[in-house]
Design a protein around this ligand. Structure first.
Ligand code: R7I
Ligand code: MG
Ligand code: MG
Length: 321
């Protein structure tokens, strides 16, 4: 499959897609690592010279797990993906660096004891399942693999989210984030219209909570709102519905630059690694690997491996055409 373009998008050839796949996965890692030292803080007005040691957290570790499972299986297999998350999970590294939310390690223990991959997460939070942003933060590879197949994107996002997040708002946060990555892949810089981008996401989501937040994001864009207002309207929390629309806004308001997008994301405080990771995934999918400051990519833990996984994901995509 070496056609010159996908979907009639000029310039979206295999070489451009490779940069975009790499950009989205490396962008997740860079945003995550930039936000890691600031997670849980109050928002800062400007983060001029962010600390950057390149160490990433659970967001990137689980994104790697999603990609590994998709490429090893040649598509989605829930049991395999759950086992891949478990294989990658290291309790000591978790305490020191990765900092998982409480939900996923609980799910891993339940599966270890014999619970099915698609049942364990339903036992969390009084049987409602988690609405944390943990399914959304790791979803970039699904948005990439199904970027031109919206129904498959929704289905595989829902199923892969269910491994750890059963609450409908936790799942739908991942769907919105995956679709944002897909739209960014399909757009050639600088052609993206941020307003239309938000409208397309709003039309795609099936949950009113997200529709409302995306409309709010469009208003904030129009009025060039300050950070305080953005945080109060959209949130910077660990709940998917208080962080996915925020990350999307970070991209929409700074679409012209990867660097501006992730620095803005981590300046909002709160769940900085995750908002950074999600905004970085979208911006990286739009601009491609080459527009991520090379100093950051060079320092990012396992950057070569992440790039090689992105290449394998693209190979799988091309094989499926
Ligand atoms: O969603 P999850 O994987 O956490 C991801 C976050 C990111 O910021 C990562 O960087 C990492 O630091 O953690 O983990 P969960 O434990 O499923 O959800 C995260 C938190 O959301 C929970 O610990 C709860 O505080 C909250 N939460 C809920 N609270 C009440 N009721 C999630 N679901 C519920 C709920 O149904
Ligand atoms: Mg994290
Ligand atoms: Mg976080």
């Amino acid at each position: 499959m070496q056609r010159g373009f996908f979907l009639g998008v000029p310039g979206l050839d295999v070489a451009a897609l490779r940069l975009k796949f790499r950009g989205s996965m490396l962008g997740t890692g860079v945003g995550d690592a930039l936000g890691r030292p600031l997670e849980g803080g109050v928002f800062r007005l400007v983060v001029e010279q962010p600390e950057f040691d390149g160490r990433y957290t659970d967001d990137t570790e689980m994104m790697i797990g999603v990609a590994e499972s998709l490429v090893e299986v040649g598509g989605f297999d829930g049991e395999h993906m759950a086992r891949t998350f478990m294989r990658n999970y290291d309790p000591d590294l978790d305490r020191a660096v990765r900092r998982y939310g409480p939900g996923p390690p609980t799910v891993f223990r339940l599966i270890e004891r014999g619970e099915r991959w698609d049942a364990a997460s339903r036992r969390l939070f009084g049987g409602e399942g988690s609405f944390g942003n943990g399914a959304a933060m790791r979803i970039a590879p699904v948005g990439l693999l199904y970027f031109d197949e919206p129904e498959a994107l929704r289905k595989i996002t829902e199923q892969s989210s269910l491994i750890t997040h059963a609450h409908p708002l936790g799942v739908e946060g991942a769907v919105v984030q995956a679709y944002a990555v897909a739209l960014a892949v399909k757009s050639k810089p600088p052609s993206l219209n941020p307003r239309e981008f938000l409208e397309e996401l709003e039309a795609f989501t099936r949950e009113e909570v997200y529709r409302e937040a995306l409309r709010e994001a469009a208003l904030l864009l129009d009025e060039r709102a300050d950070r305080r207002k953005v945080v109060s309207a959209l949130g910077n929390g660990v709940e998917a519905f208080r962080s996915v629309p925020t990350a999307i806004y970070c991209f929409a308001a700074n679409a012209e630059s990867f660097e501006k997008t992730v620095l803005y994301a981590i300046s909002l405080g709160g769940d900085t690694d995750t908002i950074g990771a999600m905004a970085g995934a979208i911006s990286g999918a739009y601009h491609g690997e080459e527009k991520i400051p090379s100093e950051w990519v060079r320092k990012l833990e396992n950057a070569d491996y992440i790039a090689s996984l992105a290449d394998r994901l693209l190979e799988l995509k091309l094989k499926q055409q």
